[in-house]
Design a protein around this ligand. Structure first.
Ligand SMILES: NC(=O)c1ccc[n+]([C@@H]2O[C@H](COP(=O)([O-])OP(=O)(O)OC[C@H]3O[C@@H](n4cnc5c(N)ncnc54)[C@H](OP(=O)(O)O)[C@@H]3O)[C@@H](O)[C@H]2O)c1
Length: 250
């Protein structure tokens, strides 16, 4: 008899996360916990998912995102309710780089929500998964974390923290049954990039990015670029000599 998966999504109102949830529930009914900062938005997502998968047990948890004690308490209570099969950490926002340069409070907020907070959540889940020797922990980073660029290096630095953290966690958990999946989306059509879409940016569809995340989680892939072409693009950008890189307006 196959057991229902126990899935937790932090930042569950994210468009990418919501589409991952739809795909997981389309595979099979599951026990799904949606964690987020806004109860109403969480309930909206939960209602839609319940309609799509009436057999699933879907609940919402309103949470703190920066308080380490509160994060530990929330994850402890989630883990106490049953062994977690998949935890996806999805929250983040795209700050205005110019504002971060002129306003340290904005820079701090961007670093905290995109770097510190996901890492603290991941660390809290990792301890429980390591103890259970079971589970897949997926964290959404970004291609922006691969090399600091003048157009978005504060966001990039936070995502770089997530990248380095995930590497270390993968090293720690190598040889266990716990998988850590680092997701690096390229520009994707979600509310976060609505302003870029208006400027004519080419964006991947949220459905395709979510599908690649779900596939990577299933396979326990250590790193996934979504869409895959961003592996090549970011490899080139990372390898560009500084003299050439500094001439680029990116
Ligand atoms: N879209 C892209 O082009 C792209 C590219 C690379 C990486 N990513 C990453 O993908 C992940 C999902 O983003 P998305 O594209 O799905 O964007 P989205 O639909 O705008 O979702 C953003 C999520 O982050 C949460 N969030 C924003 N600010 C927060 C804060 N201060 N404290 C707590 N939660 C906060 C939002 O919660 P509320 O609903 O409560 O606002 C929402 O759940 C993020 O980590 C993002 O950095 C996105």
């Amino acid at each position: 008899m196959s057991q229902r998966k126990n899935i937790v999504i932090v930042g569950a109102t994210s468009a990418i996360a919501e589409h991952c949830a739809r795909l997981w529930l389309a595979q099979a009914a599951a026990d799904l916990t949606l964690v987020g900062r806004d109860a109403q938005r969480l309930e909206r997502v939960a209602a839609d998912l319940r309609a799509r998968s009436p057999q699933s047990d879907i609940r919402v948890v309103q949470a703190q995102f920066l308080d380490s004690t509160a994060i530990a308490a929330i994850v402890d209570s989630l883990a106490a309710q049953g062994r977690i099969d998949i935890a996806l950490i999805a929250h983040g926002n795209l700050p205005d780089q110019a504002q971060c340069q002129s306003d340290l409070a904005a820079a701090r907020q961007a670093l905290e929500v995109n770097g510190l907070s996901p890492v603290l959540y991941a660390e809290a889940f990792a301890g429980h998964m390591e103890k259970a020797n079971h589970g897949t922990l997926a964290i959404i980073g970004s291609v922006a974390g691969d090399r600091g660029r003048k157009s978005n290096y504060v966001y990039g630095a936070a995502k770089g923290l997530v990248t380095r953290y995930a590497e270390g966690l993968q090293h720690r958990l190598a040889g266990t049954q716990v998988r850590v999946v680092l997701v690096k989306p390229g520009p994707t059509d979600t509310p976060m990039t609505a302003h870029l879409k208006g400027q004519g940016a080419k964006l991947a569809s949220v459905e395709s990015v979510a599908q690649q995340i779900v596939n990577a989680v299933e396979a326990g892939k250590p790193v996934v670029y979504a869409p895959g072409k961003w592996l090549l693009i970011m490899t080139i950008i990372r390898l560009l000599p500084r003299a050439v890189f500094h001439k680029l307006n990116i």
